[in-house]
Write a protein that binds this ligand. Structure first.
Ligand SMILES: [Zn+2]
Length: 208
């Protein structure tokens, strides 16, 4: 499956330079695992960063963004289930999931735990064919990586491997899984996700 939707060059550059916080970096890392063209863009940016570093010895540029992202997400003393068991892409297989909350109808969601969230939240959301993904609003940036399956958002369609960016101040963001099969998404948002009732009552309990 080759992705149709990719992170912007600005975002890839921020990731390559280590300027992107670990939590949204996960969504980018997951996409890079599925998209050779973006992975090679990141390598180019890293090389440019390396060249700049050589030219300007005082400038600190990190090319180990993924390692640092994963390091920020894994802490050996936590009992949470390994993300691998939830079918996460290998690129982010080291991430840890919080308590998985199951809803009627086969929908579940689980926060991705990060001790260095820097104001971001990440959640893994799963829903069966034809079902709505849990509806939410958000006030900051939102990155969605489609781990499996496909969903529609208004008229747009998002498929496995795609990296979708939602603008800020989205109200009543509503996502519907397509009829072909179940869908799992990694969603990283800046600020808290704001779910509608009754989810709004539950979200704080599971760390969203
Ligand atoms: Zn890509």
């Amino acid at each position: 499956v080759s992705a149709a939707l990719h992170p912007s060059d600005d975002l890839l550059r921020a990731y390559a330079d280590g300027r992107l916080p670990a939590t949204p970096g996960l969504a980018v890392a997951a996409h890079l695992g599925a998209c050779p063209s973006c992975a090679s863009r990141v390598r180019q940016f890293e090389e440019l960063g390396g060249a700049a570093l050589l030219a300007e010895p005082g400038l600190a540029m990190a090319s180990d963004a993924l390692e640092r992202a994963l390091e920020g997400l894994s802490s050996p003393d936590a009992p949470a289930a390994k993300a691998r068991s939830a079918g996460l892409p290998p690129a982010i297989g080291g991430a840890r999931l919080g308590l998985r909350f199951r809803f009627p109808g086969g929908v579940w969601m689980a926060p991705i735990l990060s001790p260095r969230s820097e104001g971001w939240r990440a959640v893994l959301v799963h829903a069966p064919a034809g079902a709505p993904l849990p509806v939410h609003d958000h006030s900051g940036a939102e990155y969605t990586y489609v781990v499996e399956g496909a969903y529609t958002d208004g008229g747009a369609r998002y498929c496995e491997g795609d990296f979708a960016v939602a603008d800020t101040h989205i109200r009543n963001h509503s996502l519907l899984v397509t009829a072909e099969g179940p869908c799992t998404c990694l969603i990283a948002t800046q600020g808290r996700l704001r779910f509608r009732a009754p989810l709004s009552l539950i979200a704080p309990l599971i760390g969203l």
